[in-house]
Design a protein around this ligand. Structure first.
Ligand SMILES: Nc1nc2c(c(=O)[nH]1)N[C@H]1C(S)=C(S)[C@@H](COP(=O)(O)O)O[C@H]1N2
Ligand SMILES: [Mo]
Length: 241
């Protein structure tokens, strides 16, 4: 077994939302199980089935490309908590949970996307769910009463399995300013960022955007979570007195 930090994100996470978190997972690399099983060429989907009747479908190629996709039994140094999938769950860096993170897993079936639609697919969600490059402002948040002068603007950014190259902040639609990045554990985890703002009195809008290591910039266009993940820039309005 191996132990890895991986940030999991829900496809239903709105821009600025909290349906995302980082944990240390202990488990068996799924690649090794699949290498033993020797999938046929046409078996492009691995379907996870679980004790609650839920299913998810993950591209076989993603599970075999060398990333740390795990059949996990431990989380943060302890057995998996029941609400996080005890006794075993899948964790796949770079994919939203609905196509990868099967909890209470009872079966992994090698099949194809043509032959089987997993739980959320007939309900209007995309069969493929790669995570979109995103960033969030955690401090300050709206309704904070700030004092003019230096203010630390900070948050997290993520593009699991690609990694974050750059985070930028702007005030009131002004020029983008590059934030400082903390050291991230790996390309599979989010990264903390911060930027020192010399705040002036009045109402201001703070915005953030991230660029991943492929050079892809987080898109400005606001789109809802369905069918394959929200897009847009997170904004926070603050009042400085
Ligand atoms: N068995 C089962 N596994 C599941 C789900 C589910 O409803 N049933 N939801 C999935 C979704 S949509 C997400 S985002 C993640 C959430 O994992 P967490 O509860 O550990 O945060 O679990 C995934 N695994
Ligand atoms: Mo989810």
């Amino acid at each position: 077994m191996v132990e890895r930090y991986v940030t999991l994100a829900c496809v239903s996470n709105e821009v600025g939302g909290d349906l995302i978190g980082n944990a240390r997972w202990l488990g068996v690399p799924v690649k090794e199980l699949l290498d033993e099983a020797q999938p046929l060429d046409g078996a492009d989907q691995v379907v996870g089935r679980s004790a609650d009747g839920w299913t998810c479908g993950t591209p076989t190629a993603v599970l075999r490309d060398g990333r740390d996709a795990l059949l996990a039994v431990g989380m943060n140094g302890e057995p998996l908590p029941i609400q996080h999938g005890f006794p075993a769950r899948m964790v796949v860096p770079g994919l939203y949970g609905y196509v990868s993170a099967c909890k209470w897993v009872t079966e992994l079936e090698l099949t194809s996307f043509a032959d089987f639609d997993a739980y959320w697919v007939p309900r209007g969600w995309s069969p493929m769910g790669p995570i979109k490059t995103q960033s969030r402002i955690d401090a300050p948040r709206s309704r904070n009463n700030l004092t003019a002068g230096p203010v630390t603007v900070a948050g997290v950014a993520w593009a699991q399995h690609r990694g974050i190259r750059k985070v930028e902040v702007r005030v009131d639609g002004g020029p983008w300013q590059e934030a400082a990045l903390a050291r991230s554990v790996s390309v599979d985890t989010w990264v903390q960022w911060s930027w020192r703002w010399d705040a002036t009195e009045g109402r201001h809008r703070l915005q953030v955007r991230a660029t991943d290591t492929t050079g892809e910039v987080q898109p400005e266009q606001e789109r809802p979570p369905a069918p394959d993940g929200a897009t847009g820039w997170h904004s926070v309005d603050v009042e400085v007195g």
